[in-house]
Design a protein around this ligand. Structure first.
Ligand code: HEM
Ligand code: HEM
Length: 457
């Protein structure tokens, strides 16, 4: 087994260095140099690529097709050891991550060492019967057959998403381009020796221009910023502000803002989900939790409204029972029992913020940017500290209010006791007037009614 591997490796390394018909495309601008030399064998439909591409990106790719829809792409990224490239032949169905097809027989031959970032990677690739994998398939008689290339992103912290698996998850590209190749020049009747073309040094049998587009990913960061600001910044801020700004209108204004941001953020989350194989099925922990948060958030709106209605109705009822004209001094309201709807509304709010704090790092893991999680720790600890301080302040204020209410309740009791005492005293006086002599029994011994008068009375 080992001997056969050695032999086949030697055979490929010793692939004939004879010149073979090929076409060469070169893009050399903005510090990037991408060279593609291609030979096609008419008898087998095999494709022989010699590619040189920058090594500073997560991945590099050359594809057959005019657009992503129906394209056959060869994607390469460094392996985990960093001493060779992993080749992944994939097919794309649209503007989303192409899917690995294990039935496509493509292999890297010779050395494909990913050099240090900044340097170019040199790859020799043989793909058997590969003209058929794009839709429409590659026409070997076309003078302007459509091709494309794309470069992945430069991952945060200058690392790469190195992987040994050909079906590894990918981030989107930072640049892509289309070009054409004259297949009549690149095609040979047969290439039974599997000769790889040499890397051309000038454009030959290919378009000299390319439609290059550099792309920035707005969906994913937009989704992250909108959901985080709505759930983890504005909700706690609203609950803090309500301690100072008591109007319901302010709370409603904040919730309209939070709702709009959350809807936009979630819509971007759903849109970005369709771009990657890892998120197309909506079965990642991040998406499932995100959807739970989504439903919990929208359940809050009717609950908040009912709670507001109930408080308002209670307030109106209290107003109605107040005498319109009263000579009595107004007695203070006793502290109300906590409304269950309001309590549930508040608890779900806290629950949503906590789930969102957990969901952030899951999002960064899903988008292959887990390095951002170190900032997340700072953000969530900060938000947690603010919440604890705010709840502490709230509790203190409430306790003070409760104490005040208790004092007022004591005052009520005192009033009742005084009134009872005065009434008894009056009755006693009346009795005394009526009977004159003898004096009532309880006065005889100097005994006054025992009335439990609280505190200082
Ligand atoms: C994770 C993988 C990928 C994702 C999510 C993705 C996504 C997209 C999206 C959204 C567009 C349209 C917007 C834009 O111009 O940026 C696009 C365009 C394009 N992509 Fe990709 N792509 C991926 C991989 C690739 C690969 C491997 C190639 C191969 C060379 C490629 C080549 C192109 C080209 C040539 C276009 C412009 C033509 C077109 O609209 O189809 N992409 N891609
Ligand atoms: C509700 C709270 C949510 C929070 C706080 C949240 C947060 C995040 C964060 C921080 C990222 C990383 C973004 C980046 O690296 O650029 C992310 C990625 C992602 N989120 Fe969410 N998200 C939430 C809900 C959702 C929902 C409801 C969905 C869709 C069902 C979703 C789908 C995604 C997807 C697919 C990615 C990966 C994008 C990529 O690979 O570039 N998220 N999210």
């Amino acid at each position: 087994m080992k001997a056969s591997i050695v032999l086949s490796t030697l055979a490929t390394l010793a692939a004939p260095v004879v010149a073979i018909n090929s076409s060469t495309y070169i893009y050399a601008q903005n510090g990037a140099n991408i060279t593609v030399s291609l030979t096609a064998a008419a008898d087998t439909n095999d494709l022989y690529f010699r590619i040189s591409a920058p090594g500073a990106y997560d991945w590099v790719s050359v594809g057959v097709g005019a657009s992503m829809k129906g394209a056959f792409t060869l994607i390469a990224y460094p392996n985990k050891k960093g001493n060779a490239m992993t080749l992944s032949p994939r097919q794309a169905t649209g503007n989303s991550e192409p899917t690995y097809n294990k039935n496509i027989d493509c292999k890297l031959v010779g050395d494909s060492n990913p050099n240090s970032p900044g340097d170019n990677i040199d790859m020799s690739i043989i793909c058997r019967n590969a003209a058929q994998y794009s839709s429409p398939s590659l026409d070997l008689s076309s003078k302007e057959a459509p091709f494309m290339w794309a470069l992945g992103r430069t991952t945060f912290k200058n690392g790469t998403n190195a992987n040994d698996s050909p079906s590894a998850d990918l981030r989107s590209h930072s640049a892509h381009a289309t070009f054409t190749i004259d297949m009549t020049q690149a095609t040979v009747p047969s290439n039974s020796n599997d000769t790889i073309p040499t890397l051309g040094s000038e454009v030959s049998g290919a378009s000299s221009h390319s439609n290059v587009e550099t792309t920035r990913d707005y969906l994913s960061p937009g989704h992250a910023i909108a959901t985080i600001v709505a759930l983890i910044v504005l909700i706690p801020l609203d609950s803090m502000m309500r301690m100072c700004i008591k109007t319901v209108k302010f709370h409603i204004f904040m919730y309209i803002l939070i709702t709009i941001l959350f809807i936009v953020g979630s819509a971007l989350g759903f849109a970005v989900s369709s771009q990657f194989n890892r998120s197309k099925k909506y079965n990642s922990a991040h998406q499932v939790l995100g959807i739970i948060i989504f439903f919990a958030f929208f359940a809050q709106i009717p609950m908040g409204y009912f709670s507001y209605r109930r408080v308002k109705a209670q307030w109106i009822a209290e107003q109605d029972t107040q005498p319109i004209v009263s000579s009595e001094p107004e007695l203070p309201a006793r502290p109300r029992k906590r409304d269950p709807v309001k309590l549930t509304h508040m608890l779900i709010g806290v629950f949503i913020v906590l789930l969102a704090v957990v969901n952030g790092p899951l999002g960064f893991n899903l988008s292959l940017t887990s390095a951002y999680n170190m900032y997340w720790v700072v953000l969530s600890v900060g938000v947690f500290a603010v919440l604890v301080i705010a709840s502490g302040l709230r509790w203190m204020l409430k306790t003070r209010r409760k104490d005040a209410a208790q004092d007022l309740e004591d005052d009520d009791k005192r009033k009742e006791v005084i009134e009872a005492y005065q009434l008894q005293a009056m009755r006693a006086r009346d009795q005394q007037h009526q009977n004159q002599d003898p004096a009532p029994e309880y006065y005889a011994g100097g005994q006054y009614p025992t009335i439990n008068v609280p505190r200082s009375y």
